[in-house]
Design a protein around this ligand. Sequence first.
Ligand SMILES: [Zn+2]
Length: 562
Amino acid sequence: MKTTCRETGIEFEISADDVAFYQKISPRFGDMLCPVPPPTLCPEARVRRRLCFRNERTLYRRTCDFSGKSIISTYAPGTPFPVYDNDIWYSDAWDGKTFGREFDPRKSFFHQFGELMREVPVFALSQRLENENSRYTNLVSNNRNCYYIFAGSLNEDCFYSTYIQRCRDVADSFFIFDSELCYECIDCFRCYQLLYSQECENCSSSQYLIGCTGCSDCFGCVSLIKRRYCIFNRQYSRTDYQAALTQLLNEPQYAARTASTLQRLLTIEPRKFYAGLENDGFSGDHLAYCKNAYSCFDCTHLEDCKYCTWLHQGKDCYDCYAWGLNGELGLENHLVGNNFFRVLFCEDCANNVSDLLYCRGCYSNCRHLFGCIGLRQAEYCVLNKQYSKEEYEQLVPKIIQRMNWDGEWGEFFPAWLSPYGYNETVAAEYFPLTKEEAEQLGFHWRSQPLPGVYSGTPTPWEQLVPDALSSDPDLPHRTFACTISGKHFRFTQPELKLYRKLGVDLPRRCFDQRYLERFRRRNPRRLFQRCCRNCGQEILSSFTAEREECILCESCFSATRC
Ligand SMILES: [Zn+2]
């Protein structure tokens, strides 16, 4: 059946499979089944609503409302709710149940949830498990000596990178896994000493590669497999390669020449219509080992899922953004992971959680919770108040009845409940809006300047000596102005050490600008109808129909690989 999004006015499809899924995931309380209605927002509006709860990279210095200590947090100073240092939040120094309250049937549920949100403490940063010497990181676990790492785990000595796992000595990268000594790379796996590259696997000692596999000592190549000593897809001997590369790198405009040559190669050299491998029945991009997964992006090991992003090891999940690692039956969640079962409309709940509805920040063996915030090892609570199993099963259907009346049941938390300004969150990256547009749609907006601006006079770039990276001991104390945005920034000692190790020049654009440029180089999380350049078969691809790349269907692409 077709239905119209109440926010965007876009018509979208709710299939028979979708209806079956909503029936399957509908919760039961005792004998009472509470059917989940089909969505009223189109898939994109639903992603936007979830993403306005996801502040990945906007960090502030503020005080811990428990200890008064200076901390780093995704929450700006002056929030209406208390923000605790992570160590305190995870300790027994406080108990979420002390904030418990009766559900008031005269008021809407979301209104009462908002009241609870204003009182229950939240943790300063989303940091799980051990993070050693990695204060300025968020949505992370098990990192060591990392700085400005977001959505990443098990990294060491990495900087300014987002969606990064098991890496070492990596900087300015986006979606990079199991790699070492990489710089300005996007969507790369198992690479070593790779610079300025995208969609590569198992490549080393190379620069400016796109869509290459198993290559080493190559420069400016597209779609090569297991090659060595190639420049712009042309084969050289080992000695000729070194000479030609030296000559090229000495050209004053080599970067511009490389960019235009790559652009030309991309129109000739074949690329697969999506990035990924070993999928069976799917649509989306950057998928691996998925079966029956549709409109999914950046996911692995999914089964029977739809509209999911950055979800791993998930089964029967719809509309889940991050992170899975064994999750089954999830609907409209953000940041739910580490063993979950039947979790609906929740935000930031993890570690063996089941049968949660409309909860936020509930952790560690929580089950049968409705509308709770910041609980741990709890069951049968509503608005943080403890009930018996029988009381819980009687009360929840009544609340759902009231929510149905208010048009709240089946909807994720509304934009006005987000603790962040739209412009602090990832929503603004994928769905840019002006302040007026955002506010008209009910999103908050942070009008105060966003953080990270250093005062003081910046050192003019012309004053830097060419070998400043090795010869200027004052470098970490200087402030610079981004050549694009004008935003002031500084270099840290460990960062400079990595630039020396990688042999790259000092970046002249600030971290945010560099991030933005990488973000734009990645295809959108959207699918477009286009045709295979070779056989004409219709394909759903994240490459728009207008783009000139040589995009092939799976079988035509495989044929080029033999
Ligand atoms: Zn084809």
